[in-house]
Ligand binder design. Structure first.
Ligand code: PMP
Length: 339
């Protein structure tokens, strides 16, 4: 048996039980391990769908250039699909992102422009603005715009949701996902709620991001926006892919808790994952603390990417210490990080 190309291996990622979190408590907690995708993240799913929908609409033509503002994972997914399909890629990203991610994209032949993090989204220097400008300047270019392109959400509605439903034989009761563009939580959440409206959809946000306050008040209050280091979740804009009506609760995770939990996932579970995975698991454990699972409950947490992209950050003691995330104890027990 063989695949026609690497893009045929996207999806069908495994569900793995967490054994050192949620111990001796009722209910089951499973992780959906998205680093099994060929680009090592959940973003392969949306990259392929955004490209194929653009091809169908005639927006992406042979020999075209794909331009995107990406923190790396979407870029990797786009780069793989572009390599197979013969497109060029130009990406803009921020100076907050790990060099591993940028170097990976460059390894795949993509051009990457690094833009400042701490400027307003509509500032001409922001990675959103630079991507838009390049799209205007480069002929035969396509700007997927993962934040507002609803093919993002649709890929999870068509793929991730049905996978989880089938893998759990319809027994899932809680779904937990970090919110970045909102595609994962909204697309998967919509599919799951259509199968069973009682399934709880729980979002995980970063402290310093706008999502939680917007979810609770319906107001965009800039005073909640502050710098944070967790990559991939949280925003200072409200992307069109987030559908707050599907979300039952949002938990905010601080950087330290996200990173310490990430290291625990690697060292205790053998799950070598990225920082937003720690945030998702910490958020899930906090949700359970307030809303204990019942014996038949089945929670699925999305772990979006791999630890390989964070060797010089989350997995580097010096970086952790410099940022005040580690003291002399290497990995504090989870009880210490869950208040
Ligand atoms: N974690 C990581 C590492 C990501 O790259 C992303 C995507 N920005 C997310 C979480 C959040 O997923 P989504 O964009 O579907 O909300």
């Amino acid at each position: 048996m063989w695949h026609h190309s690497i893009i045929d291996t996207i999806g069908n990622t495994p569900l793995v039980k967490l054994n050192t979190f949620h111990v001796d408590q009722p209910g089951t907690v499973l992780a959906k391990v998205e680093y099994f995708n060929p680009g090592q993240s959940v973003k392969d799913r949306i990259a392929l769908k955004m490209i194929e929908d653009a091809e169908k609409r005639g927006e992406l033509k042979p020999g075209g250039t794909i331009i995107e503002g990406t923190s790396g994972n979407t870029g990797m997914g786009l780069a793989l699909a572009a390599a197979v399909k013969g497109y060029k890629c130009v990406f803009t990203t921020t100076d907050k992102q790990s060099m591993e991610k940028v170097n990976l994209l460059r390894a795949l032949g993509c051009e990457v422009q690094i833009c400042p993090t701490n400027v307003e989204p509509d500032d001409p220097r922001s990675y959103y603005s630079v991507a838009k400008r390049l799209n205007d300047e480069i002929p035969n270019s396509f700007y997927p715009d993962q934040y507002n392109n609803l093919s993002n959400k649709a890929s999870h509605y068509e793929m991730t949701g049905p996978e989880i439903w089938e893998q759990t034989e319809g027994k899932i009761t809680h779904f937990v996902a970090g919110i970045g563009t909102g595609g994962t939580i909204s697309g998967t959440g919509q599919y799951l709620k259509e199968q069973n409206p009682d399934i709880k959809i729980i979002g995980v946000d970063s402290v310093g991001s706008i999502f939680k306050s917007y979810f609770e008040t319906g107001e965009f209050d800039k005073r909640h926006i502050a710098p944070y280091l967790t990559e991939g979740i949280g925003e200072d804009i409200i992307p069109e892919n987030v559908d707050f009506s599907l979300i039952d609760d949002i938990i905010q995770c601080p950087d330290r808790e996200a990173f310490v939990t990430t290291r625990k996932l690697a060292r205790k579970e053998g799950l070598f994952v990225g920082g937003s995975c720690g945030a998702a698991v910490w958020g899930a454990m906090n949700y359970i603390k307030k809303n204990p699972l019942k014996p038949d409950d089945l929670m699925v947490i999305i772990l979006p990417d791999s630890g390989t992209r964070y060797i010089s950050k989350v997995y580097n003691d010096e970086w952790m210490r410099t940022n005040g995330f580690l003291d002399d104890r290497q990995v504090p027990e989870l009880d210490e990080v869950i208040k």
